[in-house]
Design a protein around this ligand. Structure first.
Ligand SMILES: [Mg+2]
Length: 168
């Protein structure tokens, strides 16, 4: 069960700062796309997230997008965000996580996986030997299996003594 435990639970990616990363010996972030950086399925401008990413990169932090979404969609967002990434990543399988760390020129232990889902982002990041940060999902699609997963995620967080968000 401990493979499902995020090291840190935050409300929003913008709470991640260069000093927070330095504190944990981290040089890069592996970022989930949907419901982590932008609302699920969105193609709309995301100025706050773009500014946050630009500032981190200026601070020497390496960023890489790791998504299970289609490559076309991932390419749209990497072009807009100004860093590389990959789609159809088959998260939580740890292979793509390790390949991404190599692309970033970092060891897995120097990378934090940041995402809104325990069973893909956090599990895969932990399996790959990375630091893991769970963020509050930006907007949920109403698919029944997603709602069920959210309920289970909350139970797991509580079991670990981590504070789940009151509402997602
Ligand atoms: Mg997501």
């Amino acid at each position: 069960m401990s493979m499902l435990r995020p090291k840190l639970v935050l409300d929003h990616v913008s709470e991640i700062t260069p000093s927070l990363l330095a504190e944990h010996g981290l040089g890069g972030l592996l970022l989930d796309l949907d419901n982590t950086l932008i609302e699920y399925g969105s193609y709309q401008e995301a100025r706050e997230v773009q500014a946050w990413a630009a500032e981190l990169m200026l601070g020497g932090v390496k960023l890489y997008l790791l998504s299970n979404a289609l490559p076309e969609r991932v390419r749209f967002w990497t072009a807009r965000l100004g860093f590389s990434g990959v789609g159809l990543a088959s998260k939580p399988a740890p292979r793509a996580f390790r390949v991404a760390a190599r692309q970033m020129g970092l060891a897995p232990a120097q990378v934090a996986m940041v995402g809104d889902q325990l069973f893909t982002d956090v599990l895969g990041g932990n399996l790959a030997g990375m630091y893991t940060i769970m963020v509050r999902p930006l907007a949920d699609n109403a698919l029944p299996h997603t709602r069920l997963a959210r309920r289970v995620e909350r139970l797991v967080l509580k079991r670990y003594g981590l504070q789940p968000w009151s509402k997602t």
